[in-house]
Design a protein around this ligand. Structure first.
Ligand code: AMP
Length: 205
């Protein structure tokens, strides 16, 4: 809800880089009713983290499909996943060179997710106020129907936030100590994106 999908979409508009979004990968697996999707479905709808074994295998698989430049969106979400990622990347000798933290006020996120719709096959995200689809309820590119995420409701949001504080927030220290963490703050994606772009332009000149 902090705008990971929006920011990664904008980053792709400026740089030659692929995205692997753990949330999108899960939603695709759920829609296609794969074995992993069936196991993950309930946890995602409740706003709980999917088991590490499932998500780590899905991401490992996705990483085999990308080549030069890539970013992960929504993974890792806890220390076990971060360590699993370190091991995966050590095997191919490509350590992480940058971690981006989006710092967005919680009340802003809650307001935003209630108005959010997604196109599951592509992961494209719309917001009824900031970024409405051209045709209501339809994806701009394919014309296919948009969905309201089952976890975008106040109850699941509260659980996602609790899990974030308990499990994900410790990653700020994990990557901060390694000197690869950058945080960008703001109430809208329009305020945050120029900061990220300036950082990336300088960091990856
Ligand atoms: P997101 O689209 O990033 O907000 O993720 C939506 C939901 O998918 C989360 O609330 C979790 O249920 C699940 N999920 C996404 N990424 C992960 C992950 N790295 N580990 C466990 N569950 C995840």
């Amino acid at each position: 809800g902090a705008g990971k999908g929006t920011q990664s979409g904008r980053i792709r508009g400026f740089y030659d880089i692929a995205t692997i979004s753990s949330g999108d990968v899960l939603r695709r697996n759920i829609a296609e009713q794969t074995a992993a999707g069936l196991k993950a479905k309930e946890a995602v709808a409740r706003g709980e983290l999917v088991s590490d074994a499932i998500i780590v295998e899905l991401i490992r698989n996705e990483l085999t499909t990308v080549s030069a430049n890539w970013m992960l969106d929504g993974f890792p979400r806890n220390l076990v996943q971060a360590q699993a990622l370190d091991h995966m990347l050590a095997e191919t000798d490509q350590p992480l060179n940058s971690v981006i933290n989006l710092a967005v006020p919680e009340d802003v996120i809650l307001q935003r997710i209630v108005e959010r719709y997604v196109h599951v096959p592509s992961g494209r995200v719309y917001n009824l106020t900031y970024n409405p689809p051209k045709v209501p309820g339809r994806d701009d590119v394919t014309g296919e129907p948009l969905e309201h995420r089952p976890d975008d409701n106040p109850e699941s949001f509260k659980r996602r936030l609790d899990q974030y504080h308990e499990l994900t927030e410790p990653l700020l220290e994990y990557y901060g100590k390694r000197g690869i963490l950058s945080s960008f703050a703001g109430a809208t994606s329009d305020i945050i994106f120029p900061q990220i772009k300036a950082f990336l332009d300088e960091r990856f000149e």
